[in-house]
Design a protein around this ligand. Sequence first.
Ligand SMILES: [Mg+2]
Length: 333
Amino acid sequence: MKINEIGEQALIKEIAALTASTADREGVGIGDDAALTRVADGTFVATSKDMLVEGVHFLLPGITAQDLGFKALAVNLSDLAAMGAKPRHAFVALALPAGTECEFVLDFFRGMMELAKSYGIAISGGDLVASPGPLVVSVTVQGEVRREQALLRRGARPGELVCTTGSLGASAAGLALLLQDIPCSDKVRAAALQAHFRPRPRVREGLWLAAGGVVTTAIDISDGLLKDIREIMEINGCGALLYEENIPVHPAARAVAAAAGRSPLDFALHGGEDYELLFTVPENAFDNLARAYTEQFGRPLYTLGRLTGENRLQMVTKSGKWEELVFAGYRHF
Ligand SMILES: [Mg+2]
């Protein structure tokens, strides 16, 4: 059986089963945004690892070394944010073609440090090796979280609201601008490219949501809203019903979609790399949470819909039609 026949998720499940006999029973292992391992009473280390491959996740010279360094750390911090963990350390391994300029590598770390400084994260080690092919960036991040506060993917029930920490689709709009010649204003272009090259992980928001104690599950939107929501559905044995009029499409995604003759909703549902948090919360806790969130961060929380007891993902369109939603975004295999 080949990977592209069974898919990434199925292979990860097989690996989890193969390695289950030595799994950490106190913590959380394969299958969430980060692993949790106990270091002292009540404190757990959250560890996450994400890899970026030239030609798959980024193109050179399409992205600058600084942006690549910033983004490589951002996508990893987003996983810690989805656990409600406080980031502490990053370890950075690079596989580099032998002719790579030293200044490229230093610029990569300059970009990474811009983000590291804003959260007080130490770049604590790593590895440099030669690559006969593409440039590969592998980052591991570690953070701290109390076990009882950690936001996991498991724990939601039908009826709970499905929410996000921000609007969606701007990163996909940025990617569309890189791949196609789409006329749009400088302001829209800057916003979309910023979202694509320099996503802001919701670290403070994740910590805040975890401390509040009412959020039941969380995941970061890395692959695309529909794929990430399916992950929550599958783990919790739920379905979901979304309302099109509630989907928070980023203004830059609307503008780029209009200029390109594409659907803004597609950017928001399938685009991916938004790095907002997707989370579930009981309906009776939402109003207080949303009010406090806006006081804290000056931005709203969005309710996209709710979890259902049926094993299907549906959307009520603006015209009142019910549609089945199928993820049509990027898959690795
Ligand atoms: Mg994630």
